[in-house]
Structure formats: structure tokens, C-alpha cells
Design a binder for this molecule. Structure first.
Ligand SMILES: [Zn+2]
Length: 306
């Protein structure tokens, strides 16, 4: 079957449960991908979402002819106290005991983790942070999240919120950055309100650049648009400030960036010296890398939860 060394260990099934789509992957013990599929998320319907998850697992196991372990990555956090999911942008899942309910349908234990923790675990296992003791993963997309892997294990934390970087305030604020935009979490000036994709687009509009996507802003900067260059420079400075705090507290070997904004290539050259400028000591050695598995990292990290 091509995985003869590991046949007795079984397959690892990972599921990325997003707001718009559910993706499932099965990987062998060596990380090679056995199968993958995706379906739309039943919008706003918790029971239908559970059905879809269970059906996907059954289909994959039928195809492979064996049972596997199941890990699920989802936006939001699992409360350590209650086992309930919270802070998910798939709001139909909030307040639901996702791990318990899906375990019941599949008649086995499942592990559920935050999507940023899955990214950290995936990249720590066989991606941009392989061979690194401490990996911090930041998701920069429509929202901003963070996750931590230590020695190839998720560091979930006592309350299940370790790495919740996006809702810390932007540090070393300038006067014009105070109090910062209102955040859905109820506070203002959270890193997410400065570092998510929509925030980058908003800043460009504010300097008179018009309505552009982050990709268009990067392209404009490349072709010499000074407003786009200025907005990206400020964005990088803010991102570096946020990451310098992580470096001061956690001192990761590598910072891995995922999400839509991870495609901004200049980040990987510009961020390390900026982080060093804000960190407590210098020189510092911190690598900043894009997620090696790209958009697949979350679902692979879910599989690696076992
Ligand atoms: Zn917030």
C-alpha cells in the first residue's frame, strides 16, 4: 500500500471546519496525503454541520478501507471549563459542545483545536517550523489569530486561550493610533483591527487610495504608488510591534504566517529587522516564514492533533 512502515499506526484524518467550507484530509504517519475533499458548510445549521462532518469521515474511511483518528480545526476556542466552543466566526457553532457531539456520531474520541493552533502544529511538524522547539503561528486574514506549538505539540493553555494574540492591543501606540478601531470582542484597538485584511484595505482608502484589495495594494506599491508603499510600511511596523511582544514573552524560533496576507512577500524580508528594533534585546534571531503548506496547513494540523 506504499506506507508499509506505518500500516499498523492507521491514518490521521484532519478536518478544517470553516464558515463557508469544510475540508477533510487523510494523511499517513509520514505526512503524505492519501485523500482530500471539501464541501460547503451548511450555513447556520449546527445539526446539519455535524451530519456533514460525520458523512465526510465515513466517505474517506470507506475509500481508504480503514478507520483513522479524527482531529478538527475550527475558528474560535474550546472553553477548558465547559468544553463549549466560543468566539467562532461560524456563529452556529458557538456555545455548542462540538467535540462531544461529533465524538458521539463517530463513536470515537475526537480532538478539536483552534485553527491557528492547527497552523502552528502543522508547520512545527513538517513545515516552516520543522526542527524548531517553539513555533508561533499568526493567521492574518479576515480576522487575526495566533497559535503556539512547543516540541510539536499545541500549547493550548490553562483556559484554552494561549496564543490569542489578535485581541491584545497594538503596542507602542502613536497618538493617532489611539484608541483604535472598535473590535467585535467589545474592546478597541485590538491587533486584529489593525492587521486583518479589511484593515489594510481601510487604511489605503483613508489615504485616498480608493477601494482596493490587499493584493491590489501590494501590486500598486510594486509599481511605485507612494500611498500604497506608505500604507504597507505602517502595516509592517504595526505587525512587527505585535510580534516583538510575542518575541519578548515566548521567544519562538520561528514565526509562521498564514492566511490571505501571508502572500505579501515583502513581509519576510522587512519584518525581522523591525521586530529586532522593538524587542527588548538585540541582536535577536527570529525567522519569519510563510506557511509552507499554505492553505492546507490548517487541515493538516488538525490531522496531526493525534
Ligand atoms: Zn478584539
Amino acid at each position: 500500500m506504499g506506507r508499509s512502515f506505518f500500516f499498523d499506526e492507521g491514518v490521521k484524518i484532519g478536518i478544517d471546519l470553516g464558515g463557508t467550507k469544510i475540508e477533510i484530509v487523510a494523511i499517513a504517519q509520514d505526512g503524505s496525503e492519501l485523500t482530500r475533499r471539501r464541501v460547503p458548510t451548511p450555513a447556520g445549521d449546527y445539526e446539519a454541520t455535524l451530519d456533514a462532518l460525520a458523512e465526510l469521515v465515513r466517505e474517506v474511511e470507506t475509500q481508504l478501507g480503514e478507520h483513522g483518528t479524527v482531529g478538527i480545526g475550527s475558528p474560535g476556542a474550546i472553553s477548558a471549563a465547559t468544553g463549549l466552543l466560543r468566539n467562532s466566526n461560524s456563529t452556529a457553532l458557538n456555545g455548542k459542545p462540538l467535540a462531544r457531539d461529533i465524538a458521539q456520531r463517530l463513536a470515537r474520541d475526537v480532538r478539536v483545536a483552534n485553527d491557528a493552533n492547527c497552523l502552528a502544529l502543522s508547520e512545527a511538524t513538517d513545515g516552516a517550523g520543522a526542527d524548531s522547539a517553539v513555533v508561533f503561528a499568526a493567521i492574518l486574514g479576515t480576522g487575526v489569530g495566533g497559535g503556539v506549538a512547543v516540541d510539536r505539540r499545541v500549547l493550548a493553555g490553562h483556559n484554552g486561550i494561549a496564543g490569542e494574540w489578535g485581541h491584545n492591543p497594538l503596542p507602542w501606540c502613536r497618538d493617532d493610533e489611539r484608541p483604535g478601531p472598535a473590535c467585535y470582542c467589545g474592546k478597541a484597538g485590538c491587533l486584529e483591527t489593525f492587521l486583518c485584511g479589511p484593515a489594510l484595505a481601510r487604511e489605503f482608502t483613508l489615504v485616498g487610495g480608493g477601494e482596493c484589495t490587499p493584493t491590489e495594494i501590494v501590486a500598486a506599491a510594486h509599481s511605485g504608488d507612494l500611498r500604497a508603499q506608505g500604507v504597507l510600511t505602517i502595516f509592517e511596523d504595526r505587525l512587527a510591534r505585535g510580534l516583538a511582544q510575542i518575541v519578548n514573552i515566548l521567544d519562538p524560533n520561528v514565526v509562521v504566517i498564514g492566511g490571505g496576507l501571508s502572500k505579501i512577500a515583502r513581509l519576510y524580508k522587512n519584518l525581522p529587522p523591525l521586530i529586532e528594533r522593538y524587542a527588548i534585546t538585540r541582536p535577536i534571531d527570529v525567522r519569519v516564514r510563510p506557511a509552507q503548506h499554505g492553505d492546507s496547513s490548517g487541515v493538516r494540523g488538525a490531522a496531526w492533533l493525534w
